[in-house]
Design a protein around this ligand. Structure first.
Ligand SMILES: [Zn+2]
Length: 272
């Protein structure tokens, strides 16, 4: 194979667009995702792990065998920053349980919600305690994943970029990064996108892309809301790294519309 052609294929392998799909519905979409040259983010829930564990692992192994680039979204109905010890322990066990799925599909990243929200805390010590609880769990997951080469990606939900930066800076950087969710940053914060990139840019290892009108987390197709995607294209290109762009639309139609719009703005084409 000529060198430039090989280089083009390698580039496409390193930074394909991905689509976020619940793990037990993934197989219905594989033909279409494959035809469009997309990677897959498998969403795993506690119910999947408890009630359909063998099937969940079978799908994860099958997606890997078919050659898809993958990331995993760990269960989000968890509270690793909770003040209640039993709630924290259950959350950590649930998140750790999902790492078996990441192993099965050789996921590049595993996305977790750290569960703290500075608007909830009335004193700095409450906030420090919440961060400390979440740090314990995030560090345990990071250390467990790091030998496999996968990265734990801490996602913004209600947290500000300053809080997230302060959080991840307390942990080793090996195998740890940020998943910047554009929809959450728009609907759940008043911080301009440029500030998210200024504070977190070097730590970003993944994007979640969807849209909304700034009021609630609608998960619309990219371009159907008021997220400033023109600013995003410039800011993400300026990072100068290949970073998985994971589309998190609310359904297949929103995902496919997002694919075409992102490809108009320089996301890699299938096979090129
Ligand atoms: Zn997200």
């Amino acid at each position: 194979m000529p060198e430039p052609e090989r280089a083009g294929i390698m580039k496409a392998m390193l930074r394909p667009l991905y689509v976020h799909v619940p793990v037990l519905r993934a197989e219905a979409h594989l033909d279409r995702l494959g035809a469009l040259g997309l990677g897959i983010e498998l969403l795993v829930t506690g119910k999947d792990l408890d009630e359909a564990r063998a099937e969940t692992l079978r799908v994860a192994r099958s997606v890997k065998a078919l050659g898809f680039a993958t990331t995993v979204h760990a269960p989000y109905d968890v509270a690793p920053a909770a003040s209640d010890r039993k709630v924290r322990e259950a959350s950590r066990a649930r998140l750790a349980d999902a790492l078996e799925v990441a192993d099965a599909c050789a996921a590049q990243n595993v996305v977790v919600h750290p569960g703290f929200d500075e608007l909830r805390y009335s004193t700095p010590s409450e906030e420090r305690a919440a961060h400390g609880h979440a740090l314990d769990t995030v560090e345990a997951l990071r250390a467990r994943l790091a030998p496999s080469g996968a990265t734990l990606a801490v996602e913004n939900f209600f947290a500000t970029p300053a809080a997230l930066a302060g959080f991840v800076d307390q942990l080793p950087s090996e195998g740890l990064g940020i998943c910047l969710d554009l929809g959450h940053a728009h609907a759940l914060s008043r911080t301009p996108l440029a500030e998210w990139f200024a504070l977190l840019g070097p730590r970003i290892v993944q994007f979640h892309l969807h849209d909304n009108h700034g009021g609630w987390d609608e998960h619309l197709a990219v371009g159907d809301g008021t997220v400033d995607y023109a600013a995003f294209y410039a800011l993400s290109a300026a990072l100068g790294r290949d970073i998985p762009h994971v589309i998190e639309g609310r359904d297949a139609e929103a995902a496919e519309a997002s694919v075409w719009r992102l490809r108009q703005h320089g996301a890699p084409q299938p096979g090129g």
